[in-house]
Design a protein around this ligand. Structure first.
Ligand SMILES: Cc1cc2nc3c(=O)[nH]c(=O)nc-3n(C[C@H](O)[C@H](O)[C@H](O)COP(=O)(O)O)c2cc1C
Length: 174
């Protein structure tokens, strides 16, 4: 994630780094929403999404699919508050996907699910994506990837997203 973010910054993007661990949310529950509205961290997450034109998402793979934490955050953020347009923080966003896992496929199978879910809520998901296999042995202590080609492909993913967003938003606010 940090390598792709650096690639986006180098291309001129203003990037906010978010770890979902810092915004814990209860499991989505319609009754809880009816009684209490959106949890504060879901509101914060939505505001962050609204403030950004695009997203780089690094998704772990759990049992060959999307992690519950990521799906739960998407589910909360998909809920409208009164007066807000449906899916306001997803419609028109552009996203690039990546994953890393100790397995041989690098979490690639989770990205199939993430891509499908985001596409169905009107997010433009870029065709290029990167999965880092054997992630537990792939990084140097300084956080860079040992394989320079892999490092370059992830930097490029961030750069490509930034450049596409600049083209899409030329002359418009994000
Ligand atoms: C419940 C669970 C299921 C997992 N299933 C898969 C899987 O299907 N494929 C895979 O490549 N890795 C799997 N993993 C390994 C995760 O991809 C790995 O934990 C992930 O990279 C997150 O790393 P981190 O916990 O160090 O952030 C699983 C891990 C857990 C905890």
């Amino acid at each position: 994630m940090k390598i792709a973010a650096a690639g986006a910054r180098a291309a001129g993007a203003d990037v906010t780094y978010l770890d979902l661990r810092d915004l814990p949310m209860p499991l989505y529950d319609g009754d809880l929403e009816t009684q209490q509205g959106l949890p504060d961290n879901a509101k914060t997450f939505k505001q962050l999404l609204l403030a950004h034109a695009g997203l780089l998402i690094s998704a772990p793979e759990y049992n060959s699919g999307i992690s519950g934490v990521l799906k739960n955050a998407i589910d909360w953020a998909s809920r409208s508050t009164p007066g807000e347009a449906p899916l306001a923080c997803f419609v028109g966003k552009t996203v690039a996907l990546m994953s890393a896992s100790p397995g041989g496929l690098g979490g690639l199978r989770s990205l199939v699910h993430v891509r499908s879910i985001l596409g169905n809520i009107h997010v433009l998901v870029l065709p290029d994506q990167v999965a880092v296999p054997r992630a537990h042995e792939a990084f140097n202590p300084d956080g860079a990837l040992k394989d320079p080609k892999q490092q370059a492909s992830i930097e490029k993913l961030g750069r490509d997203l930034a450049e596409i967003l600049m083209k899409l938003n030329r002359g418009h606010d994000p």
